[in-house]
Write a new protein. Structure first.
Length: 105
């Protein structure tokens, strides 16, 4: 399965547009991650804990997008877009939405 942010795949014409495909993932950051990230903010540097949470959410959303596109009969998803939002009480959860167009190339 090919995923791309571009609307076309160079050298591979799109044979069929199947439809829009969307996947959502919501991941909560627990209190211990928040505490350690807060300490990191005080002393400076990158927050590896939150970076891992974002990576996990992104990977999960793209995996689900791939599965849904395959179930539709697609072998590629073009024009993939990722949106990141915080949701929940005090922004305690991260939501990642992946959207694209399922196609056959």
């Amino acid at each position: 399965m090919l995923l791309t942010t571009t609307p076309t795949v160079e050298g591979k014409p799109i044979q069929q547009y199947i439809g829009i495909v969307t996947a959502e993932t919501i991941i909560g950051a627990n209190i211990f991650k928040d505490i350690f990230a807060g300490i990191r903010d005080i002393v400076g540097g990158r927050s590896g804990t939150y970076e891992r949470v974002i990576e996990e959410a992104r990977t999960s959303a793209l995996h689900e997008l791939t599965q849904k596109a395959q179930a539709m009969g697609a072998n590629a998803v073009v024009a993939v877009d990722l949106d990141f939002e915080t949701v929940g009480n005090g922004g305690s959860m991260l939501m990642v939405v992946a959207t694209g167009t399922a196609v056959k190339i």
